[in-house]
Each structure stands twice: as structure tokens, then as C-alpha cells.
Design a protein around this ligand. Structure first.
Ligand code: BGC
Ligand code: NOJ
Length: 823
């Protein structure tokens, strides 16, 4: 069953009903100001950091779900409705939500009135712009009352939902003309305030939630809305809100538009206050100083007319079209595949922007930016926005400790490592090498390696980025266990393999509890990752003029491969790890958890033991034991009892999360492994099982957005097999883009050229792949005769050298057209 459709021409996903199985959301903002928006206009906004600078309030896991957002109420006689259906839930005559790149449009109509709402965050503005148009499609004159509504969060979202003894007394506002200012705590240590404005003179307003709602009503029936009379309330503590009320008269056929702006302003300390209160100003306490509104007024002026707002909107659309143009796929005859090529890149940018902080599954208060997570996210964005990837990689490296280990997470606002979580996830350092490798392969920017980067944000302890990578690589070499395999620390990629934790206390966090000395438990996955990143590290060493270190890296990788073949192979597949007792994890000898996906994926990508046929054997075991109609499960059989020596992995019910769910993040490792080992068709069969555009018709079971990946789909052992959770913010986005662009399309940035080795599915006979690389547009026209056959690459136009499947444009060339005949 479907709940909408792709409008490929408009580049939008069109949701046709407000009754999606779960709120289907989108993200606004791409620089410093961000907002989440659901298909019923739910969600919230924040500046830079979803925890520390939250503008509007959101209650997760609330009932009814997704009740907070930007609400527009339309009162037409006795009928009150919202264009996005919620919160009144008045049935609509027409409803549609279009999620596009960086914007959302919601349209609703009722009794002959149509409302069109456009929401976007323009580039270069700390504001969510809302253009609302009301149109009278009836034959009668309409007298409507339009009421807007947002609820302020008292900035620190964590504190906002816990520290009520303080918060109920601190709220402060100002009201001037069409703008409502939220200035709680501005008087003391804050240099920022927010506002919500409309480009018209309102007939009424409210800033006090209780006055607006009435003593016992919810958002579905606010007193100010039902009565059509705003309370003109000035908040004094409790819960400040911002609501405008406008009387709108429309002749038949007439329409009127309004621009609402939800803005954020920072003012340097010396300029914080206005010289004197403006005429007509209302504020919580008239004895108090008044905020300097100059920057807010400038922002309001920028969007003071619909024409101005729409100009900014068109600029935003052009920006996104350019942003998503550096890789594209066309002429395949498979619309779903082409949708994936586009929407997957969009999701990659969103994961760059939001890391794992704010989604409908991440509360925005729990986690900052993960060291491992964001390093992997770079794989999906280096080709689209290399300078921003560079800046992020710098920030990541700056949270590394001098010994090469790293903080597992850091806060985006402060860029400081998160001490609550700490370090000791032993895979972390290697992801940095992977991220920097991808960036340098993309850009050739060897100067980055020489840039001075702090350790643990210290102003004095700094070294070159290359030295950071060296310490990352050596961290693994210097922390080997009894089998010569890397010690796992608190966990590797699989956060739930907590082999040094042994926790019996339900109050422990699995990830933070460590009560073993860490000298025994080893990770086969880290060993394989080490072999996988070693060639990049060696190449980076050569770029940095460290030939000796490059040779060292190659020797160590060869040693590691030997260790894996000796102690990390179980006969039919790669083992997963050794526990603290030296017992095998992920072995046929185990009671449960006999085989894990991670090591089959990384082992086959790194082609460990290829001379012995290990990668193919491992991949065949994946097919046999882990494949399902909904993708490849992470392990099998799931753990049925709690294993003290394994930790969180055995705490999840069978079929969920790390205990047997389909992790869309590591399915692509197997996909890449299949292509790299010569089986593109099987890779494709896996690809379509989890690619959201291919699941659209099964949305009633899958339940989440068909335009983005989710982290996890319930596995075969779960009652709700096929149901997805945790959409949007997941390394899944980047890795599936790697699988699609670099392996299925076969276009890979290498240090010395662009590799073009398409391995498209058999049903795609022809395709055009466009890829910008180092300032040159490469257009590859593929003829796909037999997708596992040899690839012949020839230049059609433009000057370039071709060496096998490696192409490099001549100096000064801007466009190269190639023909690739496969098979
Ligand atoms: C989840 C993991 C996640 C970790 C860190 C665990 O409970 O299962 O997927 O990475 O928490 O927040
Ligand atoms: C989600 C985390 O963000 C990621 O770092 C981890 O690798 C996976 N869960 C698997 O546990």
C-alpha cells in the first residue's frame, strides 16, 4: 500500500494523506538554522545545536503523536481546520504534502477555502519562512479568522523538559506590531533571542499559552481560536508562545498571502539593549530593558513581501539543484533507481547537517556528533561539498586524544568532546583515516594533510592532520590482543558488542560501563577495517612524503590479514570477535549469534584471504543464513538469553536492532563485497530489498518514509518483520550511496584518476552517469551487455587519458564524454 508518490519532475515526494503510518518528515536549513517538519506541519526549529539552542518546543513520544509544530488555524464560520490536518484533525476536502529539497509545501482545503503553506529556511538567514496563501474557491464571500501558533522552548531543550521549578518562572516576551519576541534569559547570560512575525498588522495576538488554550484545552481546541478572539496576553513566566490572529475577508476567487518568519538573532553584548522602549511596545515587565531589535527588523524586512520571500525560495531551489548535480544517473529506464540516486544524496547532506542529533527517533538532547558516524557520513558528501567535509573532518580530528584514540561524540556548538560518553571505542580512529582518505581522493588536496590540528581541542597541543592519521593507524597496531587481532575496547562499529562490560546492573549504560581490563576481547571487524583503510593510509603517507611509513602500513596490513586468516576464519565465514574469555563470537560453535554480517561485509570488501576463496565463501554464507525478503539481518540466530559477556547485543528482543534486525547500514558492505568479488547481479538483489523507493508499495508494512533509508528494519525473528525504525539520520545513507555510485555505477575517485567500471543490474541496458570530479564533468555512457563481463572504456569527446578503466582529463579540460561497454 502507498501513501503518496514521487513527482520526479518537481523533485518532490507527494504525500496524499495525513494518515501516514508515522509522521513522514523533512528537514529545512542547511547552514546554521534548522527545522524538522512533518507532513502535518509538526516539528521544531533550532539554531546550530538541537539541545542547547532549541527555539520551539517538541514533546517526543507524546499522545497524540506529533502534536507540536507550526500551527495555522482557519476559522470559517463554526468550522475550524488546519491545512496540515493536525492539531484540530478536522477532515479536509483536499490534503497534500510535498517534501522537496530543503522545503515543504502543505496544502489543504475545506468548504471552498484552500490554504497553501510553504515552509523553508533560506540560505544565509537564521529563519524559517512560512508563506501562507488563503484562496476562496467558493461562490460566497468568506470571513475567516486565521490564527498562527508556535510554542517557545526555553532554549536548552534538556533543561526545558526537566527543570520546571525554575522554568515556570523565567519566561519573558516583548510584542511590537506584527512581531513577538522571545527573550527568556536574555537579561543575564544569553546574547540571543527569537521572534515570530507576520508581514501584516494582526488583529490580536497571544504570548501566554494558558490564555491562548484556555484552562483545560489542548492544541486541537484553543479558546482563542474557537472564539475567534485572541486574548492579547503578555506572558509572565509559565509557557510563552507566539500567536497572531488575523481577520481575512475573501471575495469569491480572491486570495491573500502572508509571510510569517520564525527568526533567531544574536547580538554582541555591547549592543544588546535598545536605547528606549519603542512606541506601542508591550513586554512582560515594563520596568525591564528592551531588546535591540535592529537585526530582527532587518531579517523581517528581508521577507516583508511575498515577492521577496519567493525570490529567496527560488534561490534555494537553484542551490539544491546545483548541490545535487555532481552525481546523476539517467536514461536507465528504471525510475526508482534514478530516484534513489537523487534522494540518497539529499539524505547524505541531511546526515552531515544533523549528524545523529535530531530526528523523530533522536531527541536532539541525547547525542551530539559521533566521531565514527560523521567520519562515515563524509563518504556521502565529499563529492557534493568538499569544503564542508574538510571543515567537519578538521573538527573531528580536533577531538582526538594525543594517543590516537578519540572522544566518541562531540557537541556541535562547542565542538568539545562529550565527557559523559568518553572514549575507548577502538574502531573510531580508523574511521578518521577512511573519511580523510575519501576527501583527498575526491579533491587531491594534499595540503590538508599538513594543516595543524589540535588534540582534544587543546590550544597548545597540535600536530599536522597527517600526524593525527598516523596516530590513528598506530593506535590499532599498538593495541592488539592474544590472537594478534585489535582489542575491541568498549565496542567497535557494533555499539552493542560490549565485551568488556559484564553488567548486571540495569542502571548501567552498556556503552559506558567497563569493568574488564580490556586486554582480551578482540574484534575481527576492526582487523578487517584496518586492512581496508591501509591502502588509503599508505597512499596518504606517500602524498605527505612519508615513504617509510607507507611501507610500514603495507607490512602491517599483510600481517593483519595473516592474523585474520589464522584466527578470524570459522570455516565457512569470518568470525566476529573473541570475548574476554577468549571464546569465539559469531562461530558455528556458538549457541546463538553463529554468524554476523559485519565481518562478511568488511572481509569481502577488503578481500581478506582472497587466494583461499574466503570472500566468496563468506558471501555465500550470508545468502544462506542472513538473507530475508526485507534485507540481510545483522546476525543469526538472534540471542534468546542475556549474555553477560556480550552486553547490549543480547539485551534486544530477537529480530530487533543489533540482535537480528536488518541494519541498512551494513547491507551495503555486502553489496560492495558482491560487486568487488564479481557478482553484480546478486549485489543488485540485495540493493533493492532495502532501497526505500523500491519499498514504496509496501509502506503499510515498512511504515517509514519511502524517500529515505531507515537505520533498521525488524528482522525475521520479529513479529513485525519488515517494519522500519530510525529513519533519516544514519550512516546507512552514506554507505548505500557508496554502494550505488561507486560499485553499482562503478564510479570511484582514486588518487590518480576516476575509475569507471559500471556494474549496473542486468535489466538496465543503457545508462548515462554524470560525475563531477576535480572540476571536470565526466559523462559516462554505459552499454550494459553482461554486467559481470570486462569493461571497455573509450573517450568519445574531450581530452583525457584512459588506462584500463581509469580516466583522467587533460589539464584545462572541463568535460569528458566516455563510452563504457560492459561485457
Ligand atoms: C543502539 C545503537 C546505538 C547506540 C548508541 C544502542 O542502544 O542499539 O544502535 O548506536 O545505542 O546510542
Ligand atoms: C548507530 C550508531 O550511531 C553507530 O555508530 C553504530 O555503528 C550503529 N548504531 C551500530 O551499533
Amino acid at each position: 500500500m502507498k501513501f503518496g508518490h514521487f513527482d520526479d519532475k518537481a523533485r518532490e515526494y507527494v504525500i496524499e494523506t495525513p494518515h501516514t503510518p508515522y509522521p513522514w518528515i523533512n528537514y529545512l536549513g542547511n547552514e546554521e538554522f534548522f527545522a524538522l517538519v512533518s507532513n502535518t506541519a509538526g516539528g521544531y526549529a533550532f539554531y546550530k545545536d538541537a539541545r542547547l539552542r532549541r527555539l520551539t518546543r517538541y514533546r517526543y513520544n507524546d499522545v497524540p503523536l506529533d502534536a507540536n509544530g507550526r500551527h495555522f488555524y482557519i476559522k470559517d464560520g463554526d468550522t475550524v481546520w488546519n491545512p496540515g490536518f493536525k492539531p484540530t484533525r478536522t477532515p479536509l476536502d483536499f490534503y497534500e504534502c510535498r517534501h522537496g529539497f530543503g522545503y515543504t509545501k502543505i496544502a489543504g482545503s475545506k468548504n471552498g477555502v484552500r490554504a497553501d503553506l510553504l515552509l523553508f529556511v533560506p540560505n544565509g538567514a537564521n529563519a524559517e519562512v512560512q508563506v501562507l496563501t488563503l484562496r476562496n474557491d467558493s461562490k460566497k464571500r468568506k470571513k475567516l479568522v486565521l490564527t498562527s501558533f508556535v510554542e517557545w522552548c526555553l532554549w536548552n531543550a534538556q533543561d526545558d523538559c526537566t527543570n520546571f521549578q525554575r522554568n515556570f518562572s523565567t519566561g519573558e516576551v516583548e510584542v511590537l506590531g506584527g512581531a513577538i519576541y522571545h527573550k527568556t534569559e536574555y537579561r543575564e547570560r544569553r546574547d540571543h533571542y527569537a521572534f515570530y512575525s507576520v508581514n501584516a498588522k494582526p488583529d490580536g495576538f497571544d504570548t501566554d499559552r494558558e490564555t491562548f488554550l484556555g484552562p483545560d484545552a489542548g492544541y486541537d481546541a484553543p479558546r482563542a481560536v474557537l472564539s475567534g478572539k485572541a486574548g492579547n496576553s503578555v506572558a509572565d513566566g509559565w509557557s510563552p508562545i507566539a500567536s497572531h490572529q488575523l481577520k481575512v475577508e475573501l471575495k469569491p476567487g480572491e486570495s491573500k498571502s502572508f509571510v510569517f518568519v520564525l527568526g533567531y538573532v544574536e547580538v554582541p553584548e555591547k549592543d544588546k539593549w535598545a536605547k528606549k522602549p519603542e512606541r506601542g511596545l508591550l513586554q512582560t515587565n515594563p520596568a525591564m530593558a528592551v531588546v535591540n531589535k535592529a537585526p530582527a527588523l532587518a531579517l523581517q524586512k528581508r521577507f516583508s513581501t511575498v515577492a521577496k520571500a519567493m525570490r529567496e525560495f527560488r534561490a534555494l531551489r537553484a542551490f539544491w539543484d546545483a548541490q545535487l548535480s555532481h552525481f546523476s544517473l539517467s536514461g536507465t529506464g528504471d525510475a526508482k533507481l534514478e530516484r534513489m540516486a537523487l534522494w540518497n544524496q539529499y539524505q547524505c547532506v541531511v546526515t552531515y547537517n544533523f549528524a545523529r542529533s535530531a530526528s523523530y527517533f533522536e531527541s536532539g538532547i541525547g547525542r551530539g556528533i559521533g566521531f565514527r558516524d560523521t567520519s562515515q557520513d563524509m563518504l556521502g558528501v565529499v563529492h557534493q561539498m568538499a569544503p564542508r567535509a574538510r571543515a567537519r573532518l578538521f573538527d573531528v580530528a580536533a577531538t582526538q586524544f594525543p594517543d590516537g584514540s578519540a572522544y566518541h561524540q562531540f557537541q556541535p556548538l562547542t565542538k568539545r568532546g562529550n565527557a559523559d560518553i568518553g572514549s575507548n571505542f577502538n574502531d573510531d580512529p580508523l574511521w578518521l583515516v577512511l573519511g580523510v582518505g575519501a576527501y583527498v581522493r575526491e579533491t587531491g588536496d594534499a595540503a590538508f594533510l599538513e594543516e595543524m590540528v589540535p588534540f582534544d581541542n587543546s590550544p597548545t597541543d597540535k600536530a599536522t592532520l597527517y600526524e593525527h592519521l598516523r596516530r590513528s593507524f598506530h593506535y590499532t597496531v599498538d593495541h592488539l590482543g592474544p590472537h594478534g587481532l585489535p582489542l575491541i575496547g568498549r565496542a567497535d562499529w557494533n555499539d552493542c558488542l560490549n565485551l568488556n562490560c559484564f553488567s548486571k546492573d540495569p542502571n548501567d549504560s552498556f556503552q559506558c560501563c567497563t569493568n574488564k581490563d580490556g586486554k582480551n576481547a578482540e574484534s575481527v571487524m576492526i582487523a578487517q577495517m584496518f586492512c581496508y583503510v591501509a591502502p588509503d593510509y599508505a597512499a596518504l603517507s606517500r602524498l605527505a612524503g612519508r615513504e617509510e611509513e607507507a611501507a610500514f602500513a603495507e607490512r602491517e596490513a599483510a600481517k593483519m590479514e595473516k592474523a585474520i586468516c589464522k584466527a578470524g576464519w570459522d570455516g565457512e565465514w569470518f568470525l566476529r570477535a573473541y570475548d574476554d574469555f577468549g571464546h569465539r563470537i559469531g562461530s558455528k560453535a556458538c549457541e546463538d549469534g553463529k554468524i554476523f554480517i559485519e565481518t562478511q561485509g568488511f572481509g569481502s570488501m577488503a578481500r581478506i584471504g582472497a587466494d583461499k576463496g574466503y570472500p566468496i565463501k563468506a558471501l555465500d554464507s550470508v545468502k544462506k543464513h542472513l538473507d530475508t525478503p526485507w534485507g540481510i539481518v545483522i546476525l543469526d540466530p538472534p540471542y534468546r538469553r542475556y549474555h553477560l559477556e556480550l552486553g547490549e547485543v543480547s539485551s534486544y528482543p530477537p529480530g530487533y536492532k543489533e540482535n537480528g534486525g536488518v541494519f541498512c547500514h551494513n547491507n551495503p558492505w555486502v553489496i560492495v563485497g558482491e560487486v568487488a568479488n564479481g557478482r553484480p547481479q546478486r549485489a543488485w538483489e540485495y540493493y533493492v530489498k532495502i532501497a526505500p523507493a523500491y519499498l514504496e508499495e509496501k509502506s503499510d508494512v515498512h511504515r517509514l518514509e519511502p524517500y529515505v533509508y531507515a537505520q533498521m528494519v525488524a528482522g525475521k525473528a520479529a513479529r513485525r518483520h519488515g517494519e522500519a525504525k530510525n529513519s533519516w539520520l544514519t550512516g546507512t545513507a552514506a554507505w548505500n550511496f557508496v554502494a550505488l555510485s561507486q560499485w553499482i555505477c562503478g564510479v570511484r575517485a582514486e588518487f590518480g584518476g576516476l575509475r569507471a567500471e559500471p556494474r549496473l543490474p542486468a535489466h538496465v541496458k543503457k545508462a548515462t552517469i554524470r560525475r563531477d570530479w576535480r572540476g571536470v564533468r565526466y559523462e559516462i555512457r554505459v552499454e550494459n551487455r553482461r554486467n559481470d563481463g570486462p569493461v571497455r572504456l573509450e573517450v568519445v569527446s574531450g581530452k583525457a587519458t584512459v588506462d584500463g578503466t581509469l580516466v583522467r582529463a587533460a589539464r584545462g579540460e572541463k568535460k569528458v564524454v566516455l563510452r563504457a561497454v560492459v561485457g
